[in-house]
Every structure is written in C-alpha cells, then in structure tokens.
Design a protein around this ligand. Sequence first.
Ligand code: GAL
Length: 363
Amino acid sequence: MRNRRAALAAIAGAVSLALTLSACGESGEGGSAKGGGTIGIALPTQASERWVTEGKSVVEDLRAKGYQAKLVYGQDKPDTQVAQIEDLIEQGVDALIIAAIDNKSLNGVLQQATDAGIAVISYDRLILGTKNVDYYVSFDNEQVGRLQARYIIDRLGLEEGKGPFDIELFAGSPDDNNTKYFFNGAMALLQPFLDSKQLIVRSGQTELDEVTTLRWDGPTAQKRMDAILAESYKSRTVDAVLSPYDGISLGVLSALKADGYGSDSKPLPVITGQDAELASVKSIIAGEQAQTIYKDVRELAEVAADMADDILKGKTPRINSRRAYNNGVKSVAAFLLQPTSVDRTNYDLVLVAGGYYTAQELK
Ligand code: GAL
C-alpha cells in the first residue's frame, strides 16, 4: 500500500513539479511571491482540453494574486487523485481546488485536509458525502442539459408538431455528480415529446443508469452506439442523439460514420455536445456534430482563484447561487456561471470574437 502510494505520489510529484516551476516567479525559484501562500489544484485528466486550459488559467490567476500553485492531474484514476491530494496536503498547501474524478472517493483525504486547516473548493463537480468541502464553483449544469434538449427540439421542429423521430440518449460518467444534472435538465424538456411519441428511443434505453458512459470515454460511447445501431436501426435511421460531452459526441459520430451515415441518402442525426473542444468545433464547422455547449472555463478558473484568495485573506467569498448544493452531508454555498449553446451559426461570434479560439485554430 505504502509503495503503491509512494509510486503514485512520485508520478503526481513529477507532474506537479513541472507545473509549479512554470507557475513560479521569473527567477524560477519556488518562494511564494508577496507571502501569499500555496494552493493545490487537483484536476481529473489532461485527455480533455478543457481541463488543460483551465489548469493553466487557475495557475496564472493565482500567480497574478501572489500565490504559488501546484497543479496535478489524476489521469482519470480515482486512486491516483487521492494520492495526489494526500501529497499536496503533506507539502503544506494552504487551500485546495479540486475537480473530483469519482465524487465519492475523497471523503478520507478531505478529512486530512480539514484536520490540517486547509480550505477545499469543489471545482466544476460537486464532491459528495463529506462535510469537508467549503465552496462549490461550477456552471449551471441543469441549464447545460436544457440547452442541449432545446437544440434538438428546435432542429427537429417538435414544437411545430413534426415527427415522429428516433432519438438515442447518452449520459456522462456515473461517478460524476454533474451527470445527473445534465441528463435531468435535458429530460425535463424531452420527456413531453417522448410521452406524445413524437420522439421514440428505439433501443428502449431511457433510464440514467442504462445510458451512462464511464469516465466520459469516447470509445466506450462508440461501442454502445455500434451495438444500438446493430440491434435497433437495421431498417431505420436515427434522427437525433443527446450527447452530454464532446468526447462522447465524437465517439458516437465514429459509430455512425462506420454505419454509413453522413451521405445525402443517410444524413447524420442532430448530435449535441459540451465543452466546445477544438475537434468538436471543427466537426460542427464541417457539418457533422450539430452543437456544443460552450462554458468559458477561463471564467470558472478566475472565480475559483478569487474564492481561494478571499478565503486565505479571511474574507467571505462571493457566491451567486440562491440554491446551496446538498452533497448528502451538508449544503455547499455555490457560485454558478452560465453556459452558451454554440452551433454553425454562432461559433464565430461566441468562440472567435470571444477570444476562446483564433480563426486560424479552427481551420
Ligand atoms: C463534467 C464537466 C463537463 C465535461 C465532463 C468531461 O464534469 O462538467 O464539462 O468536461 O466532465 O470532462
């Protein structure tokens, strides 16, 4: 156990060291500027661009406020993330900003954080089952689901009475608390059309526990879509796919293309997504994925950095959500940002004019 932890901590240490150095002052030394202190940031994975973008943003924002930052990525392995957080605590960080891989795996390690007087900010994903979480910063995740459903409703013309159409449903990782917000937000709008049979799920898989995708993994979604197409769409075509995240959307797209979708006689369904990842925005421009949800994660990073700064200066951090989020043990005060729906008609305005991507990057 100790050896495994030591090995994991060594990997964590290597990643964090590299990023700490890049987060240090011009001199490259580790000393904290203006005595601000050190903040540990534990993010889920580098396999998805959004976490890479906001890792850099949080580090830059904290550095500008005079803090040192130690950034680690758990490579989507809950045990690795626990070991990394233990390591950050041992290194004596003053606050932790954590996007959990498995929202229930952090209970023990967060008790250690509290015992050491370290404040914990739950970043993007609410950490469940522990009193040792101080604040929650995220987007309005139910609104994300509503925007995805609204897009499908508008594109299919469901409110004009069109249909019936065939739809398949995908959800995120079962161990991520956001998964249920996205899915429930979407289903609240889609359910009336399922009830009226304007929308039909041929696979019959409509319950959250039937449609989740462990660790948001694209190839896992692709396999599920392969199976659904083979079993339920031998003699028909699917018209829409509710996908909660760009990585899943691209997996679904691969399955569809392998099945001959993407021609005039067999057009691609309306496929939603989330995170405005570069590959998906390019896919939208090419007319394949239909939509994504853009969340300016630079803003999220800034809110988290401000919050950590306030906490360490003994001020009450700014929160904007009237609703506190119950994590099963306590109500956590929250700051939520608003997401934006993006498709071919507005990507230029939102993503390019908004400075998230350059026009060159989207070529
Ligand atoms: C969720 C997050 C989404 C997406 C997904 C996969 O928790 O809110 O925006 O990034 O994880 O990484």
